[in-house]
Design a protein around this ligand. Structure first.
Ligand SMILES: [Fe+2]
Ligand SMILES: [Fe+2]
Length: 285
């Protein structure tokens, strides 16, 4: 990797409930700084309405740098269950038509992992599920990356399988984390929880860097709207959580992965306050 690469990691814009001020600010940052690529880790829309996808397409088309987008749980039809079951990605394909699915940059390949599903044997269907097929596709793509290139994986849901209370979050998340750790990827970029994080997660097969971006919507959880600026060089990835309120990066990052963007944190919720790092959690960058 001859020159450091700067990527913008954006997530959970939720067109339909987007934060206009934050979006205008991000557009200006992109136009001024011209990152090498923009990775959007899902939940482009609020309810997968046609008008929301139209706004998302127009926004992505206006940006300039290459863009990758993962499908989020909010990007499948919510009101039309027949379409959700028979053709869940029809609306999302309008976005995919604007993009390259897998991005090759100097010294770096960005490989997607699908974690959103049209339905699950549990309810609600918002949480992640890494199917055997999705994981196999991602691992095959990683194994085909030429020697000398590093790999970043992008997905919508963090792979954390259980929250601190033992509740199941992403099905097969542990297996997927181990498989990715074994391949020594640079890290996995995700969204979904609407707060940023940067966690070095130990697994049975080695350590996995998990980087989450916050939201650019009005659906905030415990931090203001933000995106991640990633600087990648020989030494790895440096993450800066950029936000309009000038909150420093460590104070923007949560220490553990919560269940979901909503409901807001309750007093009895074990999720740590923003910026604090409990001693029994994985190391946070
Ligand atoms: Fe979201
Ligand atoms: Fe989500």
């Amino acid at each position: 990797m001859p020159q450091p690469l700067v990527l913008f990691h954006i997530s959970d814009i939720h067109f339909g409930l987007e934060d206009e001020r934050a979006l205008r600010w991000v557009e200006a940052c992109i136009a001024r700084e011209r990152p090498a690529a923009i990775c959007i880790t899902g939940d482009l829309t609020m309810r997968a309405r046609h008008r929301e996808f139209k706004a998302a397409c127009a926004w992505i088309s206006s940006l300039g740098p290459p863009v990758t987008v993962e499908v989020g749980n909010h990007d499948m039809p919510y009101f039309n269950l027949i379409e959700r079951f028979t053709d869940p990605y029809r609306r999302f394909r309008a976005i995919e038509a604007l993009l390259e699915r897998q991005l090759d940059l100097p010294g770096l390949a960005i490989v997607p992992l699908k974690t959103a599903t049209r339905a699950q044997w549990r309810f609600p269907w918002a949480n992640g599920w890494v199917t055997d097929r999705a994981l196999a596709e991602t691992l095959t793509a990683i194994d085909q990356v030429p020697a000398g290139k590093r790999v970043l994986v992008t997905a919508h849901h963090p792979l954390t399988e259980r929250d601190p209370r033992g509740k199941r979050l992403t099905i097969n998340g542990t297996m997927a984390m181990e498989a990715l750790a074994e391949r020594n990827i640079l890290g996995i970029l995700t969204g979904h929880v609407h707060d940023a994080f940067d966690i070095e997660q130990p697994t049975a097969k080695g350590s996995l860097r998990m980087i989450g971006a916050g939201t650019l919507s009005k659906r905030i959880r415990s931090s203001p709207p933000s995106f991640n600026e990633l600087t990648i060089d020989e030494s790895g990835i440096k993450v800066r959580v950029r936000n309009l309120e000038d909150v420093p990066t460590p104070a923007m990052q949560i220490a553990t992965v919560p269940e979901n963007a909503l409901p807001p944190r309750q007093p009895e919720d074990p999720v740590a306050p923003v910026g604090t790092v409990p001693t029994d959690t994985p190391r946070v960058h």
